[in-house]
Write a protein that binds this ligand. Sequence first.
Ligand code: Z5A
Length: 213
Amino acid sequence: MFKNFICLEGIDGSGKSTQITALENLFKSKGFEVLKIREPGGTEISENVRDILLNPAHKGKMNNITELLLYNAARSQLIHEVIKPALEKGVAVLADRFAYSTLAYQGYGRGLDIGMIKNLLSITCGDYFPNKTFILDLPVSLSRKRQAGDGARSGQDRIELEKNEFFERVAEGYRTIAKENPESCVLLNAVSPQEDIFKLLVSHLDGSLVPCS
Ligand code: Z5A
């Protein structure tokens, strides 16, 4: 039932939104009903939590456990209000980040205990976990360049204000996650041209797309 729950992960600017939009178009052209979601966010409550999490005025004030719980609170609401009903109707769900973001940022980035986070994620997500996760692997220096070159941005959020060393740990954490989950995760080189990444991504989905019932 949960076959078409696909997630894109990676550090900021790695091209998640770009690839999700291309995937959405492909899925629609194949007759799928598609739901695109982003984390944190996607419901009224989760978007309010997002505002608290990303507010740059909270830089240096938010405790790491508070941050961990807030990301999971936003996710729990999104799962129960949006993801669960969509998957039960046979809608394909395309997620811009999900639970592996917490493992990468709060676990490997902040240094919180990985086992504790995995336990929390299993409470938050239960059976609702992407069947395929694509991790876009980008050097931190390029992530910063893409952020700076993106005119649509209005200043840095609280997480973007972190130092490069934090993002190096997050990027390495994502590589570890990909290695530990070879059945469900694919690590893609995000430096390649968008079209090449998309072709590769689709090649990993072939055969796993099922039509809406
Ligand atoms: N966070 C967390 O700590 N814990 C959690 O559990 C969760 C999240 C769920 C949410 O940020 C923040 O919360 C995030 C992690 C943390 N913090 N950081 N840093 P967000 O949702 O607001 O933003 P984001 O997901 O990090 O990033 P983004 O700006 O949306 O990036 P993106 O979607 O990966 O990239 P993009 O918008 O598709 O592309 C960025 C630019 O690069 C754009 O100009 C593109 O045209 C260009 N681009 C894309 N692909 C390419 C290629 N292949 N070549 C060249 N240029 C490209």
